[in-house]
Design a protein around this ligand. Structure first.
Ligand code: PAF
Length: 326
């Protein structure tokens, strides 16, 4: 929760010279993870670029680690104008713009480059533009990486190993359908409740990318990590539409530039943790196993019924165009 030091310095030097301090517009930015996470790094970059571009017209106030509540609550705050900006997962985004759910379909993307290409291309940008219709403005798609399963019950190699597993999912119908089809016992839950639920044994496991597992130190409450990579996890840099509509063109350009640079920082963090994260978690004592191509294919087959629902909801043509995107 740091009011920008640079902004304060400018304001106090103006006062020292007998000039009235410029009114700064406050930007409250909320996110679920710590300042040293991919979200924290992106939020910091976002602030730096906005300030550099606008000459300190804005004063940022950061609320990391779910300081403003769960992701759904923060997005609702943006809609009513009590919060200006956020970086969120796609967890609850489909409740606001249903089309975003298509990116939550498991086994949709081959790798990070494929996902980034789709999100930065026409399909991703068309969906981003739809946020303007629901009191929000999507500045850019960011990312978390591919999600993997952690749990305290047993190592996971086959769909039979997740049978009845009490696994927390995001509040996301696409993910819920997949874990139900696998035979697990999924519980949708807002992120701020997850750690205590794992500690108390209310749930056996959860799933998140390495960026989250490492930065949150999930190894402290989880024993097994299975590198399932079952679904890509996008993120989004969103601002409040009432706030956005109050900016002039130069300020909007500054926020757009800042969002683009924040995404570069976020993806850089993910690239790094994708190469170093597994070793870090092993060193911290987690038992890690990787799924072979055949084992992954078995998980993909286990959710065939869920795929029928996805085709119905999003259209087979759209899903296929994402899968075949080069
Ligand atoms: O699992 C989630 O809810 C999200 O991935 C998290 C950790 C809140 C980051 O957006």
């Amino acid at each position: 929760m740091t009011l920008t030091f640079r902004g304060l310095a400018v304001a106090s030097s103006l006062v020292a010279f007998g000039l009235p301090a410029l009114a700064q517009t406050e930007v409250k930015i909320g996110y679920a993870l710590a300042p040293d996470s991919h979200y924290g790094v992106a939020a910091e970059t976002f602030e730096e670029v906005v300030l550099a571009e606008t000459g300190d017209q804005f004063a940022f106030k950061h609320f990391p680690s779910s300081g403003l509540g769960g992701e759904r609550e923060v997005i609702e705050g943006l809609q009513i104008g009590t919060v200006e900006a956020t970086i969120v997962s796609s967890g609850t985004l489909a409740n606001f713009v249903p089309d975003t759910g298509v990116f939550d379909i498991p086994f949709l993307f081959r790798d990070l480059a494929h996902a980034r290409g789709v999100l930065d291309g026409p399909i991703g940008q068309d969906i981003l533009a739809k946020f303007d219709n629901v009191g929000l403005h999507g500045l850019a798609w960011g990312e978390q990486g591919f999600r993997h399963i952690t749990n305290n019950r047993n190592p996971i190699n086959t769909p039979a190993d997740v049978e009845g597993l009490k696994i927390r999912t995001m509040e996301n119908p696409v993910h819920l359908a997949a874990f139900n089809a696998m035979g697990a016992a999924p519980t949708p839950m807002a992120w701020p409740e997850v750690i205590s639920s794992l500690q108390q044994g209310v749930i056996d496991g959860q799933e998140n990318p390495l960026s989250v597992i490492v930065s949150v130190k999930l190894n402290e409450v989880q024993k097994y990590l299975t590198l399932s990579g079952h679904v890509y996890s996008p993120a989004m840099l969103l601002v409040s539409k009432p706030f956005w509509d109050g900016l002039d063109d130069a300020q909007k350009a500054a926020f757009e530039k800042a969002a683009a640079e924040a995404v570069v920082a976020m993806r850089g963090y993910v690239d790094n943790v994708e190469t170093t994260g597994v070793e870090t978690l092993k060193e911290r004592g987690m038992e890690v196993n990787n799924l072979s191509t055949d084992e992954k294919a078995a998980f993909q087959s286990s959710i065939a019924t869920a795929y029928e629902g996805y085709y119905e909801t999003y259209g087979k043509e759209l899903v296929d165009s994402i899968v075949n995107f080069e």
